[in-house]
Every structure is written in C-alpha cells, then in structure tokens.
Design a protein. Structure first.
Length: 89
C-alpha cells in the first residue's frame, strides 16, 4: 500500500510540473507572437491538465513588452510545481 501511495504522489507532482512547464512556454510564445494575454493561455493549459483553479502567473517585461531587445519573463506555479520561461524580442 505505501508503494501505491508513493507512486500516486510522484505521478501527481510530475503531472503538475509538466503542466507548469507547458503553460509557461506556450503562454510566453502566444503573447510574443499573437498578443494573447499570458493569464488567458495559462488558464486554458491548466484546464487541459485538470488544474483549472490551482495556478498563479507572474509576468514581467524589461524595459517594456513591445521593443526589440526587451526581455519577457513568465513564472507559472501550478499546484506545488513552478516553471519559468524567458524570451528576448
């Protein structure tokens, strides 16, 4: 029984990590290419992974979000997993 419980916990953590990494990468890409709000993309991807309410998004641009050479950074936390993606325009 303990092995089964451990296995389910590992599966849950791995699922949350995959969801966070996917959400961060795709939200940043969709913002840069199509102007879609990062929170909207993360919400959609979290829902696909069945984490519809358990996520947080932190998005920043340095110096702004439209100039060439700007650094875009997004951090997504889903459940107990966190992923960060960066992009230079």
């Amino acid at each position: 029984m303990p092995v089964l419980v451990f296995g389910l916990q590992v599966f849950s953590l791995q699922s949350a990590q995959l969801a966070a990494e996917s959400a961060a990468r795709h939200a940043l890409r969709s913002f840069a290419l199509n102007g879609v709000a990062p929170d909207q993309s993360v919400r959609s991807i979290a829902k696909d992974f069945n984490f519809s309410e358990d996520y947080k998004v932190s998005f920043s641009c340095d110096p702004d979000c439209i100039s060439a050479g700007s650094v875009l950074k997004i951090t997504v936390k889903i459940s107990s997993a966190t992923a960060t993606a960066k992009m230079i325009l």
